[in-house]
Design a protein around this ligand. Structure first.
Ligand SMILES: Cc1cc2nc3c(=O)[nH]c(=O)nc-3n(C[C@H](O)[C@H](O)[C@H](O)COP(=O)(O)OP(=O)(O)OC[C@H]3O[C@@H](n4cnc5c(N)ncnc54)[C@H](O)[C@@H]3O)c2cc1C
Length: 289
């Protein structure tokens, strides 16, 4: 399944629960770590040619894998970790932690994305879904994206909307992120403020995957969930957080099935009460395509 020339790390029958922030997910046949962009491209081409199912993940902070696991190859981008700063632009590979990008930029007197501090994802994951928080979004700062498309690396015109982008169905390899020149200490201070805001409002000491649902137009998902009485509601080991109504916590032994059942219960309750259909923000990987 994995080409013989592949040099990166390969884990066989690896529990995905070890690699997702919610701590659920069954075993992947293979979990692999390409050493660089070239190896990632070659691997994807080879898997495509041989009809093997594959899935790219960054830091697993916004994904639910089935309890039955993943038949095929899960590709982790951790080793795509280069960053090059040119004036106020940072060319950054997909596997770099968003937090590491912001810190490196700050140390070089580059800011403007402070509100994204504390999002525990990779650049690839953040660019794909236009990650955002506290009125900030990564989208407006993306000045170029290199993706794997049909077996080639291509520069893609990046468009974005709320938790949506034009590269949703592609593999992001590298992005160019624009910052603004600001005073280093001021940026670091603001980053710390945002980190503290998160600590106060989010259950950061628990296993979660961030927001369960997107905000419906003109509404806050957490408010709808709160009003429908979801906080504290539990199915198996999964529970709607009492600290942030739009977070689900793994209380210790949650399975993905518990989480999905809880998501469906919340959708029903909110729909009954308000007529609003909530849509997942978290990516739910299907058993089979
Ligand atoms: C405590 C907590 C707080 C959070 N707060 C926020 C927040 O404020 N705002 C916010 O937007 N999100 C938030 N999140 C969710 C999450 O961190 C972001 O969505 C993040 O951008 C996901 O990145 P990832 O690398 O973990 O993606 P993963 O979970 O690994 O993958 C998520 C999706 O992105 C895809 N993907 C990953 N890498 C690539 C790539 N290189 N190319 C193409 N697709 C790729 C995967 O295929 C999958 O579909 C939070 C999560 C947690 C746990």
């Amino acid at each position: 399944m994995i080409p013989s020339e592949f040099k990166g790390k390969v884990l066989v029958d690896e529990p995905l629960s070890n690699w997702t922030s919610i701590g659920t997910g069954g075993k992947a046949d293979f979990l692999v770590f390409p050493e660089d962009a070239d190896e990632l491209l070659k691997l994807i081409c080879s898997l495509e040619n041989s009809g093997v199912r594959w899935f790219v993940m960054g830091l697993g902070s916004n994904v639910l894998f089935p309890d039955s696991g993943f038949r095929g190859v899960v590709i982790k981008t951790d080793n795509l970790n280069n960053m090059i700063i040119e004036k106020n632009l940072v060319k950054v590979e997909a596997g770099v932690k968003l937090e590491a990008l912001l810190r490196k930029a700050a140390e070089n007197g580059l800011g403007g994305l402070e509100g994204l501090t504390g999002i525990p994802g990779s650049v690839g994951g953040a660019v794909r879904m236009n990650a955002g928080a506290y009125g900030y979004e990564i989208g407006p700062h993306i000045k170029g994206v290199l993706c794997v498309v049909e077996g080639e690396l291509k520069n893609i015109e990046y468009r974005y909307n709320y938790r949506f982008s034009s590269v949703m169905d592609m593999v992001v390899v590298e992005a160019v992120v624009e910052f603004e020149e600001r005073e280093r200490n001021k940026i670091l201070e603001e980053m710390e403020d945002f980190r503290n805001r998160r600590k106060k409002t989010q259950p950061l000491d628990r296993k979660t995957f961030g927001s369960v649902f997107k905000n419906p137009e003109g509404k806050k998902a957490w408010k709808l969930l709160l009003e429908a009485g979801l906080p504290g509601t539990r199915i198996g080991g999964a529970m709607f957080s009492r600290k942030h109504a739009n977070f689900i916590e793994n209380t210790g032994n949650a399975r993905t099935e518990d989480v999905i059942d809880l998501i469906n219960l919340a959708k029903e309750k909110v729909y009954e009460k308000t007529g609003i259909k909530l849509e997942e923000e978290v990516v739910v990987v299907k058993e089979e395509d």
